[in-house]
Design a protein. Structure first.
Length: 102
């Protein structure tokens, strides 16, 4: 018996905000990323305050938060080298919302 899955790909049933904040190091064009349960992704946040708090964990001076659209964040994630395969909404580090980009 064939069944239709409600959500065949993890992350497609969760809505991302239309605008998110990413962490960027302007001199090197590097972005803040995160690994959760073996999945690597571009870190993004709903608020600038959350993004800046995350940036404090990164051992690189000059990190800043940048507001981008969801589509722009997806493109940034796609441009990152492997093993980055997703965009991660990290409002809750213990339960991130994961959107795969490859």
């Amino acid at each position: 018996m064939n069944q239709l899955l409600d959500c065949p790909i993890l992350g497609l049933d969760n809505d991302f905000p239309t605008r998110v904040f990413v962490i960027k190091h302007m001199p090197s064009n590097k972005f803040g990323c995160y690994c959760f349960d073996g999945i690597h992704g571009l870190a993004c946040f709903s608020t600038e305050a959350q993004a800046l708090e995350f940036a404090e964990w990164i051992q690189l001076t000059g990190m800043s938060a940048a507001e981008v659209s969801f589509d722009e964040a997806r493109e940034i994630a796609k441009e990152r080298p492997m093993p980055i395969v997703s965009l991660m909404l990290l409002d809750d580090l213990d339960d991130p919302v994961i959107h795969y980009v490859r």
